[in-house]
Design a protein around this ligand. Sequence first.
Ligand SMILES: [Zn+2]
Length: 175
Amino acid sequence: MPIKTIFLDRDGVINKEKNYLSKVNDFEFISGVFDACIHFHSLGYSIIVITNQSGIGRGYYSDSDYQKINHWMLKEFNKNNIKIMDVIYCPHSPALECDCRKPKSGMFLYAKDKYDIDMKKSWSIGDKETDIVASENSGISNTILVRSGHSIDETNTSAKFVIDSIENSNQIITE
Ligand SMILES: [Zn+2]
């Protein structure tokens, strides 16, 4: 049976947005992220992180820098009894015009096929309109834009909901 999933952007949704975060020491979880994920699990959702990491392609940090942060982040989730099913990232610079970098839907469609995900029953949470567009184009209509990352244009978003941060998502995702 297809599973339902919460797709999370990383920077600005899980952790505070820092320009091209490259070190574990600069990684700060956004308040309430663990409680939110526990809530998602209790409703039967799996959780997948989908993140643009063009800092790799631009040469600002290495793939190994990224892996260190990712490994540490997953350990912290584990400590809090949260299972992140996968983290899918695009390492490419925009100039490469790959199919994975959001607003393209490549990473979402890859996850959908790999895990047999019912996109209609799934949700996506992002801090940029490109997260919302990528989600919609992969068949996710349940989209949430958060104010906890990049500054957003609330009058010009196609997101279904706009909330302060992932901390408030339990008011919207209730089944
Ligand atoms: Zn890419």
